[in-house]
Design a protein around this ligand. Structure first.
Ligand SMILES: C[S@@+](CC[C@H](N)C(=O)[O-])C[C@H]1O[C@@H](n2cnc3c(N)ncnc32)[C@H](O)[C@@H]1O
Length: 290
């Protein structure tokens, strides 16, 4: 993410949730707010995916496939994270790299919970203008602008009133791949330093895969051919972790890993039809407790 430009990947994930709403695993997944956060242009491929109307032309087709794939990934990861939030509630919930996450506006279970959204200043400013005057269902929502490559995350949270002596649930979804291993390590250390006993860290990350990297290179190539700036040009993949290396990082920082599942397994558990298994197989959600 660059200064002055909001995250495009945050929009793609939001388009994925909007495309999946009420359609994929409808008994377990719903995000009716996602579509409301999108611009009319951004809703076009969402509507096409919802109706299965494959558009003509390269550019529209690339956009369609990107949103379709995003919907497939968004559902199992959202359901797994929502379940982990509900299973062990804490008075504070922090969304690390919140993007266009609508949890604070869609989950009634957050009525007694103070939510903080930490994100890059440009992405956060964009989200706030998309939200307008919308009222959250959470007890409160606070916006904490942080650039993980530059700013002290822990200092920003302390300044924003986060209580390190009370348990916190941390959701770190769709962000780890865009940070270097050193940035991921520093962020886990900062999270650990502010995690009282009873805290929970829910982290979504990518495991290494040559097939997934080739698929991504192909998607970037197709975006170039379609003369669409690739969303991943400004947000390239910077780190992947095996379940074992992620577990070591979490344990070294005082967490015990409660579960760590791949998205394909989670999607099958939801009875979802899956078209592309590689990106689901390499995406993981780990839940770790203090
Ligand atoms: C793929 S989006 C995921 C957003 C959200 N968690 C979700 O799942 O919908 C990636 C998010 O990471 C944030 N991000 C990426 N690099 C960042 C950085 N250096 N500092 C702060 N946020 C960053 C972006 O602003 C964006 O909101």
């Amino acid at each position: 993410v660059d200064d002055g430009q909001a995250s495009r990947t945050a929009v793609i994930v939001c388009q994925g949730r909007a495309a999946a709403d009420g359609r994929l695993a409808p008994e377990r997944f719903a995000d009716p707010i996602a579509t409301q956060l999108l611009s009319p242009d951004e809703r076009v491929p969402v509507a096409q995916v919802r109706t299965g109307t494959v558009p003509h032309g390269w550019s529209a087709r690339v956009e369609y496939e990107t949103v379709r794939a995003s919907a497939e990934v968004a559902v199992p990861r959202t359901v797994a994270i929502d379940d982990a939030i509900r299973a062990r509630t804490t008075p504070q919930l922090i969304l690390v790299g919140a993007g266009l996450d609508a949890r604070a506006w869609r989950m009634p279970e957050l009525a007694d919970i103070d939510v903080s959204e930490v994100d890059h200043p440009s992405s956060q400013a964009d989200k706030r203008s998309r939200l307008g005057q919308r009222r959250p269902l959470a007890r409160s929502v606070q916006f904490v602008p942080v650039d993980f490559t530059r700013d002290r995350f822990d200092a920003a949270l302390a300044k924003a009133g986060h209580r390190a002596d009370a348990p916190t649930t941390w959701v770190w979804e769709g962000v780890v791949p865009y940070l270097t291993p050193a940035e991921v390590t520093t962020t886990v250390e900062a999270i650990a330093a502010r995690s009282a006993p009873g805290s929970r860290l829910i982290v979504n990350y990518q495991s290494p895969s040559i097939r997934a990297s080739l698929g991504r290179a192909l998607a970037i190539g197709l975006s170039v051919v379609a003369q669409q700036g690739s969303p991943w040009a400004r947000e390239p993949r910077r780190s992947s972790w095996t379940a074992a290396t992620m577990s070591r990082l979490l344990v070294r920082n005082g967490f015990s890993v409660d579960s760590d599942d791949d998205l394909l397994c989670l999607a099958r558990g939801l009875g979802m039809p899956v078209k592309e298994s590689v990106s689901l197989q390499t995406g993981r959600v780990a839940v770790a407790d203090r």
